[in-house]
Write a protein that binds this ligand. Structure first.
Ligand code: G6P
Ligand code: MG
Length: 218
């Protein structure tokens, strides 16, 4: 019997690459404000909340604005971003994800999304992945951003599984830290240089299945 009873997934960068759409929408906003926003700058926004992302963008451009104006610009960026993500299809699900989710279902391992994005439900809908998750904890349900463990602890709570029986999948360093802070094991999706604190780092789900998951056994 395995002691792993639930898998908690970050969404952006783990299930689907939405970073490119965030980038286009932020870059357009920066252009309107009169400065260039590069892909390298965009790296700093991964895993970061919408308002914090805007703060970083304004810092890049050396722009100072009132709180009211910031909220207005964040809304404007989100409208653009949503106009891109509503066009997404299941083809954009990252390789190996569906096969892995299927195998978890068959093994009776629970699943949840733990994402900072307020758009998580619509993204899951567009990707036709909603039925694969027993719980969705998104940016609308948490008040503390990763590396605070709130999003994953709420996920475990919703599944009624104890944190020590959960494994988190994350592409951002702050997300790995959130898992560790919540007392969970974690798998980094991406580069070991960045995600070195994870129990295991993999490039994606293509060669990752139940037998690899079980190697994370305590
Ligand atoms: C995820 C992404 C971030 C994004 C955040 C908020 O964590 O990695 O880049 O800023 O969600 O997304 P939202 O869809 O609520 O603007
Ligand atoms: Mg992510």
């Amino acid at each position: 019997m395995t002691d792993i009873k639930a898998c908690l997934f970050d969404l952006d960068g783990v299930i689907v690459d939405t970073a490119k759409y965030h980038f286009i929408a932020w870059r357009e906003l920066a252009a309107e404000l009169g400065f260039e926003f590069t892909e390298e700058h965009n790296e700093r926004l991964k895993g970061v909340s919408r308002m914090t992302s805007l703060e970083i963008l304004l810092e890049v451009g050396g722009v100072k604005l009132s709180e009211e104006k910031k909220v207005q610009l964040a809304d404007q960026k989100n409208e653009r971003y949503v106009s891109y993500i509503v066009k997404m299809t299941p083809n954009e699900i990252l390789p190996g994800v569906v096969v892995f989710l299927e195998s978890l279902k068959q093994a009776g391992i629970k699943t949840a999304i733990g994402s900072a994005s307020k758009n998580a439900p619509i993204i899951l809908e567009r990707l036709e992945l909603t039925p694969y998750f027993d719980a969705v904890i998104d940016g609308n349900k948490v008040s503390n951003a990763k590396p605070d463990p709130e999003v994953f602890l709420k996920g475990a709570e919703a599944l009624v599984i104890s944190p020590v029986e959960c494994v988190v999948f994350e592409d951002a360093e702050a997300g790995i830290e959130a898992a560790i802070n919540g007392g969970m094991r974690c798998v980094g999706i991406g580069r070991p240089e960045i995600l070195g604190k994870a129990n295991l780092v993999i490039p994606g789900f293509e060669h990752f299945g139940l037998s690899e998951l079980m190697k994370l056994e305590k």
